[in-house]
Write a protein that binds this ligand. Sequence first.
Ligand code: PMP
Length: 407
Amino acid sequence: AFESISMAPTDPLFGLMAAFRADPSDKKVDLGIGAYRDDNAKPWILPVVKKAEEIIRSDPSNNHEYLPIAGLASLTSAAAKLVFGGDSPAIQEKRVASFQTISGTGALHLGALFLAKFYPRGSNPPVYLSNPTWANHHQIFQNVGLPIAQYPYFAKETCGLDWNGLTSTLQSAEPGSIILLHACAHNPTGVDPTQAQWKEIAEIMKARKLFPFFDTAYQGFASGDLAKDAWAIQYFVEQGFELCVAESFAKNFGIYGQRAGCFHYVAAPGAGAEELTKRVGSQLAILNRSEISNPPIYGAKIASTVLNDPQLFKEWEQDLRTMSGRIIAMRKALYEKLVELKTPGTWDHITSQIGMFSFTGLSEPQVLKIREEFHIYMTKNGRISMAGLNSKNVDYVASAIDKVVRE
Ligand code: PMP
């Protein structure tokens, strides 16, 4: 049946990881990695996660049974509070439907599937993705048959936000278009709108009747402040938007492979919102059932144990500050070294960008050269993972950047 099937390209990021592993050089540096590393370039199990695992294992009622279709209720309720705020009127008014999913990817997929099936398609408005965006966004929305469009996001000249491009595209987007927004720590650029800019984005979206779909994969991991990293979502909810949120616990709990995440639907306030949320939830349940039957239990228990215990929650916040603090320190160290070397160009964006990733502004030939000559691995678009930098390799990376920029 498949004689004419074509060969699909390999995933560029996973290909990069394989090339790194195969490189025998002892100087090699992995700046492609999308996971946190400690100062010894090793994966880090959060101390609070270790504690939660001990609590889970020593609980005599612990088992490996199926979860309900919507997932672990103690997780989804705590997850909603984390994103929308503990005293969120949307939660109090029962206009939030929350489903546990296969991490953030699964949450995006469930949302995409829901939109493909139920969003009024009248004139077939597209899903707008930022240009650039996390590459998987394209496939996730395309795979459910939704048309894709892009809004400009990154200004090459400043390595900052393309504010004019972004706003003029939203202003001319067809009413009803779905706009995918990175809640914080934009991947791959590390560039976020300011709060004043978020307010303007909300205003344009309200006036143009655009539908927000937030992707939040770095809450707490970006700034170390959970509320700050959820500010944009909470502002949009406060403004009365009907919206969707895909929430991942991979980065902020460091439980990447456990695949813990949540999808949230929020109805606009007003009469009938609670009843509408129930109907939406009933359809989401059917989709979750047919896609995954029920979500995985172990990561859900870890996150739920921490989120629902005030003492563990505090310890988690400390762990988040450890991760975000180390990353911010590496940004500063890289920046200072480049300035010290008088590397041609401006490098302020390294410290003003936020989160796991930074768009360095290096060109593709420079990226390939730095890989070849210095065994430093980054994606072709010049994105580096800050988590791959540490006190032992940051000077080496800075001088390698300096050399390829000068060549
Ligand atoms: N969205 C963005 C922007 C991401 O960077 C990631 C992780 N790289 C995800 C979603 C989803 O990751 P996961 O499925 O591991 O939660």
